[in-house]
Design a protein around this ligand. Sequence first.
Ligand SMILES: Nc1nc2c(c(=O)[nH]1)N=C(CO)CN2
Length: 189
Amino acid sequence: MTETPNPNIVDADTLTGEMRPIRRVVIALGSNLGERFTALQGAIGVLADTPEVWITGVSPVYESTPVDCPPGAQDFLNAVVLADTTLSAHRLLDRAQAIEDAFDRERGEVKNAPRTLDVDLIAVGDRRSDSDALRLPHPRAHERPFVLKPWHDLEPDAELLDHGPVAVLLEKVGTEGLKLREDLVLETE
Ligand SMILES: Nc1nc2c(c(=O)[nH]1)N=C(CO)CN2
């Protein structure tokens, strides 16, 4: 028997025999156009059906005032999903974008234009990335109450790579503009 050199490597690809780490991933969902809740629920359904992605937690839903959006933008619904995955960060990004496209997400020139669905990778294990296509951890997550609050609800002792405890970040930014929507509950099944 050969010893596994890295204790984090726990999953073997059945076709290639390649060993890949299981990573914790934090995904933020948002929608401020169309059937907002249906889009969030649909994204969770597709994530749950994605091979090598295992959802471990889904946050409450918040209604939130648009941040850095063009005038007239409607309120968002936001939520956070925690999952374990053996997919690479780039494969996850491809999947996230495919889910957005499936919900008619349009990609125009206007920054933060209203969108049917945002599926943002906030953190993928301790992976750092600074390419144009993929920035990890998400460069604005540490200052966004609509990411920090639902994440903190799910995992009060969470830490955001390079930024520290989510509880401390949330304390700094506060929860103004966020309203808990107890009437909207996302299902994992
Ligand atoms: N409240 C809120 N504001 C936003 C959001 C969002 O999800 N919620 N997403 C944005 C683009 O990523 C820009 N602004």
